[in-house]
Structures are given as C-alpha cells and as structure tokens.
Ligand binder design. Structure first.
Ligand SMILES: [Fe+2]
Length: 160
C-alpha cells in the first residue's frame, strides 16, 4: 500500500466502525424511548456507510462481474475462516471472553455464508433473513431461535 492507500484504508475503517457504532446506538436510543435521536443516529450511520462504500471503491477499484465478485467474496470468507482460529486463541489467552464469543460467531457465520455462496447457482427466488445479533443467515422464514447465538425470531431482519 502506498501512503494514499493507507490514508484511505484508515478512513474506510473509521467510517465503517462509526457506522456500526451509530447503528447500535440507534437501537439503544429506540429501546430507551429516544425515537428522534434514534432516527438521527440511523441517518448518520447510513451516511457513514455511504462513505465507507465509496472509500472501498477507491481502494479496490471498480467492481468486477458478479461471478468475479462472488469469487472475491468466497476468498475473503476463506481468509476469515483461516485467520480467525488463531485470533480466537489470542483472545482466549488474553482473557477476553466477550471478544472470543463474538469472533467465534463471526467464524461460524463465515462458514455458513461460504456454504450459501457455494449453493448460489442452485438457488432461485430465495429470500434471506439475517440475525441482527450474530449475522447468521436463514432462508425464507427466520427460525424460532438462531442456531448460532440463540437470538429470538424477532431479532432477524430481511435483506430483500
Ligand atoms: Fe444469531
């Protein structure tokens, strides 16, 4: 990476983290009865997601064909599946059970996501429900309980 790519990568990371943080803060604001704050935090989060996507486009160049993009997505999932076990060991050794639990969920869902991509060509008109707690993907209807994190059905959202 050259200096400009490092700057753009830092900005991408910051915008992505802030978008996620503000989305979570919006959920908390809703739960606490601060609906106006929740709406604004969601709007800011959405704006930061726009920034992150544009920064990523600058970093990686134009998107390829859908087939190429699926191949990249599979490779990125395989990278995560390869790297996360050692990272989990590090969290366990350093005594971070919350981080270990979250990364374990990331690993489990990455394996599931990779499997779904492998079956993509055989799927038509399938809609997906995503667990808002761990990222697990269910087909069609959300399960009663998430098989990865145990979240209840109403924690799932549609990405159609
Ligand atoms: Fe889940």
């Amino acid at each position: 990476m050259n200096d400009n790519e490092v700057i753009l990568a830092v900005a991408f990371s910051r915008e992505s983290r802030n978008a996620a943080r503000n989305a979570m803060a919006a959920l908390k604001a809703d739960k606490d009865g601060h609906s106006q704050a929740a709406r604004l935090l969601r709007a800011i989060s959405a704006g930061q997601e726009v920034h992150a996507k544009k920064l990523l486009m600058l970093l990686r160049g134009k998107l390829g064909s859908t087939e190429e993009n699926i191949e990249v997505s599979v490779q990125k999932l395989e990278d995560a599946i390869a790297d996360y076990p050692a990272m989990l060991d590090g969290l366990r050794e350093n005594g971070d059970p919350a981080g270990e639990s979250m990364l374990a969920q990331c690993l489990k869902t990455a394996m599931g996501h990779k499997g779904r991509l492998a079956r993509l060509n055989g799927e038509k008109d399938v809609f997906y429900q995503v667990c808002g707690i761990c990222g697990f993907i269910a087909e069609e209807a959300a399960p009663e309980r998430c098989p990865v994190c145990g979240a209840v059905r109403n924690q799932f959202f549609s990405t159609a």
